[in-house]
Design a binder for this molecule. Sequence first.
Ligand code: FPP
Length: 272
Amino acid sequence: MQSTLHPKPPAGLHAGIIMDGNGRWAQASGRSRTRGHVQGARVARAVVEGSAALGIGVLTLYAFSSDNWKRPAAEVRSLMRLLRVYLRSEAERCIEHGIRIEVIGRRDRLPPLVAREIAAAEGLTARGDRLLLRLAIDYSGRNAILAAALAGPTSRREFAWNLDRASHARTPVSEVDLLLRTGGERRLSDFMLWESAYAELVFTDVPWPAFTVDDLAIAVREFRGRERRFGGAPSPSQARVARTRPILANPPAIGNGSRPLSEIVIAHAPRR
Ligand code: FPP
């Protein structure tokens, strides 16, 4: 159903985050993977609350992919429980911070209590106009594309509308500007494949449970330093840079100056 309350998202960047590395972060200090997810949820809260100040208007967090159902039943159960608790506890805070929650992905396979909490959080926060927080739960970019295509659109605009409908996105948002993945892997894992066609990709080795708002600020700075060309020719200043600097086969991870972010984080002790 289309929401008429806030048909437009707040102004600002659309950032998508693949929050990876929870399990490895926890296991590195002998704890259960669930502990990593719990700490990950705390980090999500801080990042959500710090996003608007960094110029982000839409934040899409990949909380549970359609392929995550393949995980051991106990881990799936604890993730579902965590999502339910998160939605319940965050709704009040989100109202205070002007954050509107929207969940994208399939609803029909979720435990009924989670589906109920989603509906409650979406209803309670519907007036938020500082940040649109989209949680991708039971989400698959390819399945959304397939469903949008099977609906037989006759234009790209109609396809985009179908795509939103296929993922239950009520607010049409701009394409992804910045796509960030934590945890050291360099892949998209079926996340917003269509919407990220011209996203700037930023990868960091920092595991999600150790990620901070400062790390997000570094990623946004990295994004703002890039020239987005959308297939066009480089600007004269960029062309000059390319003539004087060889293109790196393996560019360093993001970081401040000469020090990659990965080094900064490896120095962190795991937080308890
Ligand atoms: C990937 O780490 C993370 C997930 C599959 C779940 C993401 C969930 C959270 C961050 C917690 C809940 C979030 C919210 C917004 C409430 P992984 O388990 O694949 O880590 P690994 O690659 O180290 O195994």
